[in-house]
Design a protein around this ligand. Structure first.
Ligand code: SF4
Ligand code: SF4
Length: 285
């Protein structure tokens, strides 16, 4: 009964429609704002794996310890989707699937367009390991890239309407402010621009690099801000402690002076009361 409001929608199979922001736009017609989140437009997006894991956690109290990993490629005999425990070494999964891969031969972790080329298969399967492809190129350009001819093909291919050639210039020149200005962080790293580029420039590699640089810079700035605030707070605390110390000294001095004045007064009074009244006795004789 709780599924009565569920609606199954069929959408055109066109890369990269599976990407979160594109999927939301295709289904709802709403666009997630630049540098924003789906929740900003009232949408929450979960893939099937997350939804299943949430249900298992809430209904059965199960932690997330495994995920479905697709293993495929021309060198895989038993390609398929396998529920794999986190931490399983990739070479075990690959040999379970009957891969004919040579030791050290690269494979792709992730999809054919967005995946990373890896050669070390002793890495563990993690929460983000959705797919392993053995025996295909990762789409990365192997030849030496040619200069950008400003043909604009990359901009035509970009599903989020960015200007990849501009982002490329700024990322390459490490002009990170400009790259941010050109909405680098809206890039979903789909790889379409690299794929269509006639100069075979690995554009998406530049964008990943620039994003990492910016994030590192932001983390360092944040750390520096924390250190500056801590230093300012310390100076303020020291100044306050000094002021309090001076105030206490003044109070002690004032108290001492008051005590001495009181003692002097008392001494003077007792001295005057102890003096004999000689004048009166002389007068009575
Ligand atoms: S597709 Fe390649 S060559 Fe053409 S403008 Fe973009 S980066 Fe330059
Ligand atoms: S990888 Fe290229 S095509 Fe894809 S979103 Fe980024 S800039 Fe656009």
């Amino acid at each position: 009964p709780h599924l009565k409001d569920t609606k199954v929608v069929s959408i055109p199979t066109r890369y990269p429609t599976g990407s979160e922001k594109q999927l939301i736009q295709v289904i709802t017609g709403k666009q997630v704002p630049s540098r924003g989140l789906p929740i900003d437009i009232g949408v929450v997006s979960h893939n099937v794996g997350t939804t299943y894991a949430v249900a298992r956690a809430i209904k059965h109290g199960e932690p997330l310890i495994s995920r479905i990993v697709t293993v495929t490629g021309r060198e895989v005999k038993n390609a398929g989707n396998f529920e794999t425990l986190f931490g399983t070494p990739m070479h075990e999964l690959l040999s379970f699937c009957g891969t004919e891969r040579q030791a050290g031969e690269p494979f792709i972790l992730g999809g054919p367009m967005m995946g990373y080329n890896l050669s070390g298969d002793h890495l563990p399967v993690t929460k983000t390991a959705n797919c392993i492809i053995v025996g295909v190129d990762d789409g990365a350009k192997s030849s030496t890239p040619l200069p950008c001819i400003r043909c604009g093909e990359c901009a035509v291919a970009c599903p989020v309407s960015l200007l990849p050639q501009q982002l490329y210039w700024y990322s390459r020149a490490k002009d990170l402010d400009k790259a941010s200005e050109y909405n680098l962080f809206d890039c979903i790293e789909c790889g379409c621009c690299s794929y269509v580029c006639p100069s075979e420039i690995p554009l998406v590699h530049y964008f990943r690099f620039a994003k990492t640089e910016i994030m590192t810079q932001q983390q360092e700035n944040a750390k520096a801000d924390v250190a500056r605030i801590r230093h300012e707070n310390r100076l303020e605390r020291l100044e306050q402690e000094q002021q309090e110390k001076e105030l206490r000294q003044q109070q002690r001095k004032a108290a001492l002076a008051a005590t001495q004045a009181a003692k002097a007064k008392q001494a003077a009074e007792s001295e005057s009361s102890a003096e004999p009244t000689t004048t009166d006795s002389q007068e009575t004789q």
